[in-house]
Design a protein around this ligand. Sequence first.
Ligand SMILES: Nc1ncnc2c1ncn2[C@@H]1O[C@H](COP(=O)(O)OP(=O)(O)O)[C@@H](O)[C@H]1O
Ligand SMILES: [Mg+2]
Length: 235
Amino acid sequence: MSRLAVEISEAGYGPVTVLRDVELEVPEGGRLVILGANGAGKTSILRTISGLCRVSGSIRWGDAELVGAPPYRVAAAGIAHVPQGRGTFGDLTVRENLLVGGATRQRRTALADADRWLERFPRLGERASRAASGLSGGEQQLLAIARALMSAPRLLLLDEPSLGLAPKITVELFATLDELCAETGTAMLLVEQNAELALGIAEQAVILESGRITIRGPAAELRDNDDVRRAYLGV
Ligand SMILES: Nc1ncnc2c1ncn2[C@@H]1O[C@H](COP(=O)(O)OP(=O)(O)O)[C@@H](O)[C@H]1O
Ligand SMILES: [Mg+2]
């Protein structure tokens, strides 16, 4: 079983507390989106799950407790993090970036999987031997997601994948993400400012304000909620 159950009492950086009483759950293969303004603490939630923040509370992943686990253990347990700003290695080739994502797997499996992704996404395939820095923003985001999937995770943590992308590219990227997660049964914990698109592919949603969850419910319900519409959908 790979269900994520987060019960953060407090989390932050050194003496700075950023999150308080944050409870959320991603069922196996499920999809949850976290919406919230800049500075609300969205990135910090993902960083806390990945073992990068000071935290008190509990983060259960199946039968395992992740609080206190170092980042490599969280990754090895099947949780892949696509950080805000993508974090691809510009100096490495597209193929090398994929292989970094598959570093924990057998070399032969990683090579075969990298080929599979390069075939699946011809835009990346055509550029397999070129430096990742030459890719467009949308291609880099796709590469970051494919790199995360190279570890065959059961849960993807995605931090604002639409950041800096043109609206048309974002729509395409979300369609791809939807398809990939459905195909592989990978669960998704998505942080986004593009509420319209995110609520479209998520099942459940929470709204984070100043480090606390203020609204939660099925994504379709939040889409119809007047407060949410005014604050996050611009209508
Ligand atoms: N390394 C850090 N040290 C101290 N405070 C931080 C650090 N990173 C982020 N913060 C603070 O935590 C709060 C939440 O930030 P963040 O999680 O990045 O929000 P969001 O992703 O929603 O924009 C902000 O007030 C930010 O200034
Ligand atoms: Mg952020």
